[in-house]
Design a protein around this ligand. Structure first.
Ligand SMILES: [Zn+2]
Length: 73
């Protein structure tokens, strides 16, 4: 189940992300996600959903939106 992160009203599309279980490191910074001092075996996968109902997965798994943005910009 993906969660809405942001919406671009001009492009009529939304950025979503979902948590993916993975032992990989972040595709941008090589880090992990942490919670309460524990390393999480999960990263975020981002996708674009258009108002037309189409979904495009973005390549890579990331620890944060800022890592996603810097990788894909
Ligand atoms: Zn990262």
């Amino acid at each position: 189940m993906s969660r809405l992160i942001s919406r671009d009203p001009f492009a009529r599309q939304e950025l979503h992300r979902e948590v993916v279980a993975s032992s990989q490191t972040c595709g941008n910074c090589g880090g992990f996600r942490w919670r309460g001092g524990r390393k999480l075996q999960a990263l975020f996968r981002y996708s674009t959903e258009t108002d037309g109902g189409r979904t495009f997965d973005h390549r890579g798994l990331f620890c944060s939106k800022s890592c996603h943005d810097s990788y894909h910009s």
